[in-house]
Design a protein around this ligand. Structure first.
Ligand SMILES: NC(=O)c1ccc[n+]([C@@H]2O[C@H](COP(=O)([O-])OP(=O)(O)OC[C@H]3O[C@@H](n4cnc5c(N)ncnc54)[C@H](OP(=O)(O)O)[C@@H]3O)[C@@H](O)[C@H]2O)c1
Length: 331
């Protein structure tokens, strides 16, 4: 198939584009061209790179027609953040593409009632990001169900964690010093009782889900699927496992969120609040049964690969401490 990937060189695209090429598809990779793909891979030689600023062109209604002109069978939109952007793309490619696969988020959920939550549970998001992503999903679902409308699917990743960037740590932010403290056996403060949750996913598992959705095509049109590891982590359990990577017993303290947040910069406190207040723990049963999704990484394996990369690339200082086991998360 001819597949257009919008936002193709980022965390997801770095894994997805090579998968699509290996599966025999003709791939058009759209980005502003500000960076090279996160992962170098020989398959990029077989990809047509298209330099475009989606936001700039969408404002003039020119982006959708540009994508349609590439004659895609499938369009994968990894960087849609407003219903207006979604609408502009849909209008442009309706009647041209057979399927649109859009990247959503598990932040379309609000506070969860029962966990792990299925896709339909507690769709009461807060914050501009989650609210907009839910509006996009609903716009696409409505379009899919309209006769003559464009079929579409939304995939909702958890916290994407892989080699090449700072990932969400056991206090729910991207502060690199938390990994260093856990490695050295130093005290780390957790919010509340440390029993709130984070739900990671490796970008190659996200890419797997997109590839499977391409193959399922219109069978799964109009649906949304969680794309995470099989289980969320509690902050306390997460911190404990990370300390064990270095042969340390965790040195954890606990404080109500308002006391916890003043132990860090406002930037990190805000990120912790965003993650901890949502405490996602979602079910992937629907993706398993409808798509055949089978994540290759647990949350801890995905995070471990990211932390190993940060260490190998000089971003972390563990002092004299090292990973004590020979286990490597790298697949
Ligand atoms: N990060 C997470 O943990 C997380 C969790 C759940 C869902 N998500 C969703 O994942 C998606 C992002 O995927 P990702 O993590 O792979 O993104 P990413 O790593 O930030 O990469 C973004 C990609 O889009 C391109 N891009 C950015 N702005 C563009 C524009 N205006 N026009 C054209 N291309 C543009 C970038 O290349 P250039 O810079 O060269 O243009 C790059 O290829 C979003 O839909 C987000 O909501 C992320």
């Amino acid at each position: 198939m001819r597949i257009v990937v919008i936002g193709a060189t980022g965390h997801i695209g770095g894994y997805l584009v090579p998968r699509l090429v290996m599966a025999g598809h003709e791939v058009f990779a759209l980005s502003r061209g500000l960076r090279e793909p996160y992962r170098q891979d020989p398959s990029w030689q077989h990809v047509t790179r298209v330099v475009v600023d989606r936001k700039g062109e969408a404002a003039d209604g020119a982006f959708g027609p540009r994508v349609a002109a590439l004659n895609p069978d499938v369009v994968i939109d990894l960087v849609c953040f407003t219903p207006e952007e979604a609408e502009e793309l849909v209008v442009g490619i309706r009647g041209h593409a057979r399927l649109l696969i859009s990247c959503g988020t598990i932040w379309v959920h609000g506070a969860l009632t029962a966990t792990p939550a299925d896709e339909d549970a507690d769709l009461t998001p807060w914050g501009e990001y989650g609210v907009s992503k839910l509006k996009i999903e609903r716009l696409l679902t409505g379009e899919s169900k309209t006769p003559g409308g464009l079929p579409s699917v939304t995939l909702r990743p958890g916290h994407i964690s892989g080699p090449g960037w700072a990932v969400i740590n056991p206090v729910g932010n991207a502060d690199l010093s938390v990994w260093e403290k856990l490695a050295r056996g130093e005290e780390v403060a957790l919010p509340n009782f440390g029993l709130e949750t984070v739900h990671h996913v490796h970008p190659d598992d996200v890419a797997q889900a997109f590839e499977l959705t391409v193959a399922r095509g219109n069978e799964v049109s109009g649906q949304a699927f969680h794309v995470t590891s099989s289980q969320a982590l509690t902050l306390r359990g997460f911190a404990t496992e990370v300390a064990h990577w270095f042969g340390q017993e965790p040195n954890l303290s606990y404080a109500p969120f308002d006391e916890f947040k003043v132990t860090m910069t406002p930037h990190h406190a805000e990120a912790s609040y965003e993650h901890v207040s949502r405490s996602p723990s979602v079910s992937i049963d629907r993706a398993r049964s409808a798509l055949g999704y089978a994540p290759q990484y647990t949350s801890l394996e995905a995070v471990r690969e990211a932390v190993e990369w940060l260490y190998d690339n000089g971003r972390l200082n563990f002092g004299s401490n090292r990973f004590v086991d020979t286990h490597s998360a790298a697949h």
